[in-house]
Unconditional design. Sequence first.
Length: 349
Amino acid sequence: MINLLDLTYDELEAFVVEDLKQPRFRVDQLFQWLWQKGVRDFSDMTNMGKALREKMAGIATITWPGIAKVQESRDGTVKLLLRLHDGKLIETVLIPFKDRFSQCLSTQVGCAMGCKFCNTGLLGFERNLTMGEILGQVLVGRKFLLDKGVGGPDGPSPIRNLVYMGMGEPLLNLDNLLRSLETLPRENGLSISWRRSMVSTVGFPEQLRILGKTELALPAISLHAPTQELRAQIMPKAARVPLDELMQCLAEFPLRPRERITFEYLLLGGVNDSLNHADQLAKLVDKNRVKVNLIAYNATEGMPFSAPDRDQVEAFEKRLWHHGVTAFIRRSMGADIKAACGQLKADEQ
Ligand code: SF4
């Protein structure tokens, strides 16, 4: 049976008009029940006749991911381990941001990129998520927050913006990524505004060019090393795209005034955190078009990396500013609940 959450608005229209033989106004009604009201049972769609509801229930489902485990951090971060219809596990994280939340979404079960510092990379790749599974994380996250009293039925959504930064490489699930980005800002739906989403990727030029043309989201590039050699050591598969080719593609990524491309730089103690590395990084990036997020690695059992010194992290940031590069040390949220990508699932397995 078809999961209605896997259908874009246009596909839902075809379902209503062609399969159900219903008038067009039913499309908006159904879309609103699915995405704005978050209904999971056809019998709750009270503005639709009983016969129509039964017909839909006979050929379609509304399948949300189930919550397998919840971890709440002292800083307000919430991590949800979700079970998909086939038993596969993924993670999503809700991060407090002013009076609302940012949500970090997974796009694949596992990841094929095998970055050396990443738990998800160690688990390997299992499969892509469908659009319904990607946006189903938002439905589950929003309900979780509403049940806790964050936001209200008539107020703005408790989720303000999204980062595609959970398990998986979003640009390797490009079709479902783009379908989800198109669905997000629609009226009577999740209503997460245009360009309130950021796609975190190790960087694939062809797919980045497609993303740029859609103007639906900005990229955050997982760079983590300022040279091709060092990147190849810690991100061997990502580094198959030469750094100069990636930088050339980013130089052409369309930006609007005040928009910047984010570079994520995970500081690994003694590996990529020296002032020399900061100098190399400053030389690599176009300081007028980027900002750099510095993240201090949290030492994890069984991983061959250590946390950088606090002083070193601050000196690294200062050095980038000295070169005119906008850089921020990102607060590591949810450290006490293992909010780093793939840690909860790794524990569970
Ligand atoms: S850091 Fe991202 S791209 Fe690399 S293995 Fe982990 S999930 Fe995949």
